[in-house]
Design a protein around this ligand. Structure first.
Ligand SMILES: [Zn+2]
Length: 237
C-alpha cells in the first residue's frame, strides 16, 4: 500500500480521496500555494519565515505537535507573520500503520496546541476509514507537487526542477522545514520562488474556511495561554 513518492500524483490516487484538496485552481489566476511540513524547528523554520517575509509571501505550515510543544515561540512567529497553520499529527505517525483510535487521539493532541481545521497526513497516506472520519472535522490538504526535498538520493537541482517542471496554476507545493530536507531546501526554495514570481505567479496561504472554523476567539485565547504556559515551563526547566 505504501507507494513510492512521486512529484506529481496520478489521477487514480487523487480520486481515492475525493474530498481532500490537491489543487486550488481558479479561472484565469496564476496562483500557487507553498506548504511546509514537519516543523517548526529552530535551524530551518526561522530561515523559511525570513525568506517568505522578504518576498512578501504567505504560506501554510503543517506542524508536528511535539515540535510546537518544543518550540512554541517559533510556532507563534509563524502565526504572527500571517501564515496559515495546519495539523500534521502530534508524533508524525503514519495512518496506515496506526490503529484508528490512537491515530485520532494523536491528531487531537496536536490540535490542542495548533488549533486548525486543516490536516495533512504524515507521508500522505490514510486508511479509508481514517480519511472518512477525519474529513468530518478537518479539511484534508494533500498536494499537487511534492518537491522531494527530503530525498537524499536526488540532487538539489532535481528538487528545484521538480517544483518548476510540475507547478501549474492552483498547485499546492510541498516543501519540508526539517533537518532532512534542509540542504535541498536552502538551495531550491529561494530559486523556486524567484522563478515562479518571474513567471507571474502569485503566492497564497490556504485559508481557513469560515463555515468550518473550529475555534472561536475565546478558544483561540485559551490556546495562546496554553502555549504561553508551555513557554514558561520550558524556561524554568
Ligand atoms: Zn511530514
Amino acid at each position: 500500500m505504501r507507494l513510492k513518492p512521486q512529484v506529481h500524483l496520478p489521477r487514480h490516487i487523487t480520486k481515492w480521496f475525493p474530498a481532500a484538496i490537491w489543487r486550488i485552481p481558479e479561472e484565469d489566476k496564476k496562483v500557487v500555494y507553498l506548504t511546509f511540513d514537519d516543523g517548526p524547528i529552530p535551524s530551518v523554520t526561522p530561515w523559511v519565515l525570513k525568506l517568505l517575509k522578504e518576498n512578501d509571501i504567505k504560506a501554510t505550515f503543517f506542524c508536528v505537535g511535539e515540535n510546537v510543544f518544543r518550540y512554541p515561540e517559533i510556532f507563534e512567529q509563524i502565526v504572527e507573520d500571517g501564515h496559515a497553520v495546519g495539523n500534521h499529527t502530534y508524533h508524525h505517525i503514519q495512518g496506515l500503520k496506526s490503529e484508528n483510535v490512537s491515530y485520532f487521539k494523536d491528531i487531537e493532541q496536536a490540535n490542542h496546541l495548533i488549533g486548525s481545521n486543516l490536516f495533512r497526513p504524515p507521508h500522505g497516506w490514510l486508511k479509508r476509514s481514517q480519511y472518512h472520519f477525519i474529513s468530518q472535522k478537518y479539511r484534508i490538504i494533500m498536494w499537487d507537487v511534492i518537491s522531494c526535498d527530503y530525498n537524499q538520493n536526488i540532487t538539489k537541482e532535481e528538487v528545484l526542477n521538480n517544483v518548476l517542471k510540475y507547478s501549474r496554476p492552483g498547485s499546492i507545493i510541498t516543501f519540508h522545514d526539517s533537518l532532512k530536507a534542509e540542504g535541498h531546501l536552502r538551495y531550491a526554495l529561494p530559486k523556486a520562488i524567484a522563478e515562479l514570481k518571474k513567471q507571474g505567479y502569485e503566492f497564497r496561504k490556504i485559508e481557513f474556511p469560515k463555515e468550518r472554523r473550529l475555534f472561536n476567539p475565546v478558544h483561540r485565547q485559551r490556546l495562546q495561554k496554553l502555549r504561553q504556559t508551555i513557554r514558561q515551563v520550558r524556561r524554568w526547566a
